[in-house]
Design a binder for this molecule. Structure first.
Ligand code: KMH
Ligand code: ZN
Length: 275
C-alpha cells in the first residue's frame, strides 16, 4: 500500500483578483463553503490567506479568526496559515495569524526560507526575518511548512535546524514556476527531492498550467501536491475553475489514476507530524 497523498488547497492567495476570476472566495462564508467542498473532493488541508471585504490582501488576526471559525464550523479540513502574506508587508503584519491561540490556533503555518524575485516584485525574506518568523511559529507550538522556491532554501532549513528553530525531519513545499524563480520542470522537482533532509515529507505547488501536471509527478514520486486559485485559476486550457473545489476534484482524479489514495485530515496530521 502506498502512502496516502495529502492534497492542499491554496484557496485565496494574495495576488489573484476577482477581475481574473469571479470564483475567488473572499468572505469567511465564501472561503468556508469552498473549503468544505475541497474537503469533500479530497483535500486534507487548506493553505489560507485572507482579504479585506473589498478584496485587498491582509494578514489581519481578526480576519483570520473569522475565516478559521467559519471553516471549522463547516469541515474538519486542516488549516495552514500563510506567513508570507503579500509582498511589501512588514514581519509583524505577516505574523498576524500567529496571534491566534486556543481553539482558533491554526494547524500549521508556512515559513519561506529565503528571498526571491516574485514576478516584478521581490518576496523579501532575509535570514533575520526568517528566524524571527520561525521563532514565532515555534512559540505557538506549530510545525512549519518550509516553503522553498529554490534548492538553497532547503539547505537553509538545515541551518535553522542546527539553531534549534526547526525540527528535522520537516515538511517542505516546493514552489515552482513563479516568474523570476526556479521553473516548474520535472528535473527541478527531482533535484529538490534529492536535496531533502532524510525522512522529510514534501508537497509541490506548481504555478499556472503546470499545477495539475505536477500533481501527477508528485503522485508518481510518492509526494503530495497543492492546487488552488492562489497559484492557478484554470481547470483546463482557457476554462476557469468554478472554485477551488474543482481544482481539488481534478487533482484527486489524477492522483487516483496514478494509484494513490488521498489522506484524510487525520492521516495528514500523522504524515506531516503535526501532533
Ligand atoms: N504571496 C506571496 C508573496 C506564503 O503563503 O507563505 C507569498 C506566499 C507565501 O504566498
Ligand atoms: Zn500563500
Amino acid at each position: 500500500m502506498s502512502t496516502p497523498m495529502v492534497l492542499t488547497a491554496a484557496m485565496v492567495g494574495a495576488e489573484t483578483t476577482r477581475e481574473q476570476t469571479p470564483h475567488l472566495p473572499i468572505s469567511p462564508e465564501e472561503i468556508a463553503e469552498d473549503a468544505a467542498r475541497c474537503r469533500e473532493a479530497g483535500a486534507a488541508m487548506v493553505h489560507l490567506h485572507v482579504r479585506t471585504p473589498d478584496g485587498k490582501p491582509s494578514q489581519d488576526t481578526e480576519l483570520f479568526r473569522a475565516a478559521i471559525r467559519a471553516i471549522r464550523k463547516r469541515t474538519d479540513v486542516l488549516v495552514q496559515v500563510s506567513t508570507g502574506g503579500a509582498v511589501g508587508m512588514s514581519v509583524d503584519e505577516r505574523c498576524g495569524p500567529l496571534r491566534l491561540t486556543g481553539e482558533d490556533r491554526p494547524d500549521m503555518a508556512t515559513l519561506t526560507t529565503g528571498t526571491v524575485n516574485f514576478g516584478e516584485d521581490v518576496f523579501w525574506n532575509p535570514r533575520s526575518l526568517v528566524r524571527d518568523i520561525a521563532k514565532r511559529i515555534k512559540e505557538l507550538g506549530l510545525r512549519p511548512e518550509l516553503e522553498c522556491f529554490d534548492v538553497g532554501m532547503i539547505d537553509e532549513a538545515r541551518y535553522l535546524a542546527k539553531e534549534g528553530l526547526v525540527a528535522l525531519p520537516a515538511h517542505f513545499d516546493f514552489v515552482l514556476g513563479v516568474p523570476g524563480t526556479l521553473a516548474a520542470r520535472a528535473e527541478a522537482l527531482d533535484f529538490m527531492i534529492a536535496s531533502l533532509p532524510e525522512g522529510s515529507t514534501w508537497t509541490v505547488a506548481a504555478m499556472g498550467r503546470h499545477q495539475l501536471p505536477f500533481v501527477e509527478l508528485a503522485a508518481e514520486r510518492g509526494g503530495n501536491a497543492r492546487v488552488g486559485l492562489e497559484d492557478n485559476i484554470y481547470v483546463s486550457k482557457g476554462v476557469l475553475a468554478k472554485g477551488n473545489w474543482e481544482l481539488v476534484e481534478e487533482a484527486a482524479k489524477r492522483a487516483k489514476a496514478k494509484g494513490r489514495t488521498l489522506a484524510t485530515p487525520q492521516e495528514a496530521r500523522k504524515l506531516l507530524r503535526l501532533d
